[in-house]
Design a protein. Sequence first.
Length: 184
Amino acid sequence: MSQAIGILELTSIAKGMELGDVMLKSANVSLLVSKTLCPGKFLLMIGGDVGAVQQAITAGDSKAGEMLVDSIVLPNIHASILPAISGLNPVEQRQAVGIVETWSVAACIGAADRAVKAANVTLVRVHMAFGIGGKCYMVVSGEISDVENAVTVASDSAGEKGLLVYRAVIPRPHEAMWRQIVEG
């Protein structure tokens, strides 16, 4: 069976906890993340078989009402996504970097998944809404043409939902900026 993750992002912490319970009871899924985000948002991330994840996200979406910020189901998630969320994926040499900034975590993770599936890039990190006003950004690295392709795909993905803040491609980052971008 195919594995997937689902994300529900809400404007209410209490509603997020309530919907986390609803989602976990509605389908055979695992709770991957359940936490607050800046500024007072709440993030739920679940994992499991595609059908179960879709069922759980549908159950959460249907009860979220006006507190829903964003939601997504990502089937066959790329192997680099979860490590990029929890830390950094290693980058061996200084190359071009691309940054895509979004208004929601769900939009950013969805954009990152599409980007790494569309281009030969390393997903360095996904920085989720901590101390950045509830926004999220992703960083990719690779050859300039691959980075440009990845950033275009990711920007289009976030833009489809109206959640793209800004995108940038830096062909030859300065050493100090390179360290800041890929090492945190």
